[in-house]
Design a protein around this ligand. Structure first.
Ligand code: PEP
Length: 256
């Protein structure tokens, strides 16, 4: 019922046209014919033009890693959703833990960006997740519930259905430590229950919830085999064509 979505998050690691071309030259032929998995590459702003040009005739979609909630004005250094849309960008990551922790983005700010992205018809991938100390002190579900309430505040059913949620335990991002499939599934079920309470079961069943945090070809299959894990947000392993392709194939193999 929910098609898996694999989104590569290149962070600030591949941003020049040559770096984009080098990766895509290998990657595009490798994923040719995979059409039941949504494939998204979220690249730095400087890489988007090359990414969009090269992937135009493929099923690969371009995503940005951030945007501002205003369309125009005196916001030095920010990127307008209007510019992204005009460029041909389809997806946008919002509220990544690196934005929350390093750049101090609040749930309130992320909520404003989310509403604007939806208004502009950009497809948001919204990240939520707990820190290690929060997990170790048994606060994971409390943190997730708070972020769900605040980040998705005042979203109507249609808007919620268009939003992809990325559950990313922060202690697993870029650390090589992955949540076990059982740990991840437990939180995905919890998120779906919250959606069911706030909206209804049909909405909860239709929202795609990705897992993110050190996904690799070696652990992707076990994670994606879990009923409530609808693909992944992939950082490090999305930088190389081979590893990203293997992860996408693992997601494809979970489709019955
Ligand atoms: C991420 O950037 O969202 C991420 C999950 O990174 P990594 O796969 O490197 O842990």
């Amino acid at each position: 019922m929910r098609s898996p979505i694999i989104a590569g998050n290149w962070k600030m690691n591949r941003g020049t046209p040559d770096e984009v071309k080098e990766m895509l030259k290998k990657f595009i032929p490798q994923v040719k014919g995979i059409d039941l998995v949504d494939i998204v590459i979220c690249a730095p702003f400087t890489a988007l033009q090359t990414l969009i040009e090269i992937t135009k005739k493929t099923g690969i979609k371009a995503g940005a890693q951030n945007m501002y909630f205003e369309e125009k004005g005196a916001f030095t250094g920010e990127i307008s959703p209007n510019f992204l849309k005009d460029f041909g960008v389809e997806y946008v990551i919002l509220g990544h833990s690196e934005r929350r922790d390093i750049f101090k983005e609040s749930d309130e700010l992320i909520n404003k960006k989310l509403k604007k992205a939806l208004y502009m018809d950009l497809k948001p991938i919204v990240c939520i997740g707990e820190h290690l100390n929060e997990r170790e002190s048994g606060k994971t579900k409390g943190v997730i519930e708070y972020q769900m309430n605040e980040t998705f505040k005042d979203l109507n059913i249609e808007e919620m259905k268009k939003t992809v949620i990325a559950y990313e335990p922060i202690w697993a991002i870029g650390t090589g430590k992955t949540a076990t499939p059982e740990q991840a599934e437990e939180i995905h079920v919890f998120i779906r229950d919250l959606l069911s309470q706030k909206y209804d079961k049909e909405t909860a069943d239709s929202v795609r919830i990705q897992y993110g945090g050190s996904i690799k070809p070696s652990n992707a299959k076990d994670l994606f085999n879990k009923e409530n894990i609808d693909g992944g947000l992939v950082g490090g392993a999305s930088l190389q064509a081979d590893s990203l392709t293997q992860i996408i194939k693992a997601a494809e193999n979970t489709i019955k």
